[in-house]
Design a protein around this ligand. Structure first.
Ligand code: HSE
Length: 304
């Protein structure tokens, strides 16, 4: 018995929702084939598209480690599982690469076993896998990768996730080939915020959530502002201010850092605007000697 699944890349934070908001996109993502075998144990048969960077040791790889803990919980460690992973997305780019792998593995295993757990019940296992890869177990990538759409992490303890409505939107992604490790990107943020900044930020996040329910694109655009994290983190991203200004002048509803970067994202009502902006930005970065990958897609509404 075997199954092939796709798990989407995700944009965490969504500008004003640091650690509590994320959405999934249809492209890029991970593709995984999982097969049940007679030989006890979880094995990674092959990984493509990672330039040999990911560990093949099942205990150390996000995709297999989360499946191992799932099997333990279900008391099915007698099972044999072979995994083939195709990374069709950049790693360490702020697009939730490790979350996509963990979600793909868990979803596939749960399907092969006849869906013993709900997606909500799979979430903690995915967070564990994510923690293994980046040293912290945030849910703002794993939750949208698993459920699709926009998800709000209402609280971490106890874990409470709310699926939000998805208006028709196009997301343009640009991944500049520079190194911004999540760990560093977290360390440079201040741990204290001014009350007046907090007030601005929670006004924006509340407005953003409201705009998703009312499909109010103007409001959505006005709320995609971050006075706490972006001013500091954007220093790590080449040409950030220039790219943002260019996107905003050319049809973007909002522009910001995807997760902890260096990928930047922008949202559009029209796919043509989005395509034009990222194509031109890619060319402009190339002129300055910075290579990049670009993607344009709709919001992924379903997860795997
Ligand atoms: N929200 C995290 C951060 C990234 O911005 O550091 C994804 O978990």
């Amino acid at each position: 018995k075997s199954i092939k699944v796709f798990a989407p890349a995700t944009v965490a934070n969504v500008v004003c929702g640091f650690d509590i908001l994320g959405f999934a996109v249809n492209e890029p993502g991970d593709e995984l084939v999982m097969e049940l075998t007679d030989k006890r144990g979880v094995k990674i048969i092959s990984i493509e598209g990672d330039e040999g960077k990911l560990p093949l040791d099942p205990q150390k790889n996000t995709v297999s480690a989360s499946v191992i803990s799932l099997l333990k919980k279900l008391e099915r460690e007698d099972l044999g599982i072979n995994i083939q992973l195709k990374k069709k997305m950049p790693m360490g780019s702020g697009l939730g690469s490790s979350s996509a792998s963990a979600v793909a593995g868990l979803f596939a295993a749960n399907e092969l076993l006849g869906q013993p757990l709900s997606k909500m019940e799979l979430l903690p296992f995915a967070m564990e896998g994510e923690a293994l890869a980046c040293g912290h177990g945030h849910a703002d990538n794993v939750a949208p990768a698993l459920f699709g759409g926009f998800t709000l992490i209402k609280s971490y303890d106890p874990l409470e996730v709310i699926a939000l409505p998805v208006p028709k939107l196009y997301c343009a992604l640009l991944y500049p080939h520079v190194d911004v490790p999540t760990r560093d990107a977290r360390q440079i943020i201040r741990s204290k915020v001014l009350l007046k900044d907090a007030v601005t930020q929670w006004g924006n996040i509340a407005g953003l959530i409201s705009s998703l329910y009312t499909h109010d694109y103007d409001l959505l655009g006005r709320c995609l502002k971050d006075v706490i994290v972006e001013p500091i983190r954007s220093i790590l991203i080449p040409e950030f201010d220039f790219m943002k200004a260019y996107a905003m002048e050319n049809g973007a509803l909002g522009f910001g850092i995807s997760g902890s970067g260096p990928t930047v994202f922008s949202l559009y009502k029209s796919p043509d605007d989005g395509q034009k902006v990222i194509t031109n930005l890619q060319r402009m970065l190339a002129d300055k000697g910075i290579k990049s990958n670009i993607y344009l897609s709709e919001i992924n509404e379903t997860g795997p």
